[in-house]
Design a protein around this ligand. Sequence first.
Ligand code: SF4
Length: 245
Amino acid sequence: MASKARKTDWNRALAPLFRKYGKKKHPLEYRSLYQLVVMVILSSRSTDVFINKIAPDLFTAFPSMKELANAQPEDLFPYVRGITNFRHKSGWLVSIAGTVGDDEHIPTTMEELTKLPGIGGKSANVIIGESGGKAEGVIVDLHVARVAPRLGMTKSDVPGKIEKDIMEKVAPGYWHAAGMGMTFLGREICRPKNPKCGECVVNSACRYYEQAQRHKGTKAQSEKGAKAQRDRGTKREDGVAESGG
Ligand code: SF4
């Protein structure tokens, strides 16, 4: 039987999201590519708020890749203690600095970035997108992994597959905007519990919202039917009572 699934033009459907969040700054308060790379690595499994808090002292002590390249991982500990996995992350940062040497040689391609320790596809997508490079993938964090299936862009809960599904549905020029837009939407509106669908700029394209509305309609319909039945029953009883006088 032919599928009745409706075909969505996601470039068009997500346009309100691109408009709303397209110019919004990344939650990590970085001031250079060097700071971006360091903060992205540190933020894995830590909150952006905490990384923003500790970063100024870290960057005063290590203003660029050059200073970091001359450090030992232990030298970073006083600044990054409290961050999840801070010992490994310190080692990765010093190792990266030793490899790239200075800020001018920080790579901005997926291939080169993912060769560096502590940088996977997700981090590389953030670094490439934020540095204005040509997106080679879509950022899939916890928020995107919740929002994309709700929207109906994927049926998967595996980040790699979610990314692939989004890349197939959205033009490459929008990959960074799509990932960041869904991240912001997930942080602000599409929360794990009680998403604020009424306020959501992409609710007209959202499967989750469509199903919720349909469910509400069915419930209202059956409540109306039950009430009508109750009313008919009451009338009948009244009739019996009257005729039985
Ligand atoms: S309509 Fe609701 S469920 Fe769908 S993306 Fe928006 S907030 Fe999330």
